[in-house]
Design a protein around this ligand. Structure first.
Ligand SMILES: [Zn+2]
Length: 48
């Protein structure tokens, strides 16, 4: 499972939950919490 975390508000974009690979999300994607752009998200690999 791959998760992306917004550096500002720790909003988590969880690929499995959103049904969308983060890299396929448009460049106009904004964090729903703080409106930060994709560049504010950092990748976080979770291996179960
Ligand atoms: Zn955010």
């Amino acid at each position: 499972m791959t998760t992306y975390r917004c550096k500002r508000f720790n909003y988590l974009y969880i690929e499995d939950e959103q049904g969308n690979i983060f890299e396929n999300v448009g460049n106009d994607y904004k964090c729903p919490k703080c409106r930060a752009s994709k560049s504010f998200f950092v990748k976080k690999e979770n291996t179960k």
